[in-house]
Design a protein around this ligand. Structure first.
Ligand SMILES: Cc1cc2nc3c(=O)[nH]c(=O)nc-3n(C[C@H](O)[C@H](O)[C@H](O)COP(=O)(O)O)c2cc1C
Length: 159
């Protein structure tokens, strides 16, 4: 069976916990998308228009740097990519990640956590960072304390 990867970015640990559960349930490898400069509490203050996250998210062309290029994407056909919803879409570091590798012919399944917002235009925005033959599936918002059974049922529904 082809190996699957779970790649995730998590600024405060919520998405990380979900990513670990998906990797465990699906027997996937796991890779953390780590920013070269970690986000501080002040960086994440969405009420402050001048905070790092606000400045980055106001500029859709921003591409925060990632610490490494070690996700070995070529080994996988199917890649789960998880992140917190920031300003109704994926943080632009996810665009950095997508533009750092060749996802041609691969299937990407998105998952996210949020304070309540849905995916909105998230998938559409991320398509700009991959080739036309990359399939992006919107996937699921995995908020709340989902059991392993819930996660397994979701993964099985994708097959
Ligand atoms: C800069 C910033 C912007 C956010 N924007 C939204 C938003 O538009 N909608 C929403 O429901 N939650 C929003 N949130 C909340 C996060 O999506 C939520 O807390 C998420 O679970 C955090 O995941 P993490 O711990 O993996 O970083 C935002 C959080 C931050 C820090």
């Amino acid at each position: 069976m082809a190996k699957t990867l779970v790649a995730y970015f998590s600024a405060s640990g919520v998405t990380k916990a979900v990513a670990e559960r998906i990797a465990e349930v699906s027997g996937s490898d796991i890779y953390e998308i780590k920013p070269e400069i970690p986000y501080t509490q002040a960086d994440l203050d969405w009420r402050d228009k001048t905070s790092r996250s606000s400045v980055e998210m106001q500029n859709p062309s921003s591409r925060p740097a990632i610490v490494d290029k070690a996700a070995n994407i070529e080994q996988y056909d199917k890649i789960f990519i998880g992140f917190p919803i920031w300003w109704y879409v994926a943080p632009t570091i996810i665009n950095t990640f997508l533009e750092s590798y060749n996802f041609s012919g691969k299937t990407i399944i998105l998952f996210a956590t949020s304070g309540g917002s849905g995916f909105g235009k998230t998938a559409e925005k991320l398509k700009e960072s991959v080739s036309v033959d990359t399939k992006i599936i919107e996937g699921k918002l995995l908020n709340g304390n989902l059991s392993k059974q819930d996660i397994k049922a979701w993964i099985d529904s994708l097959k």
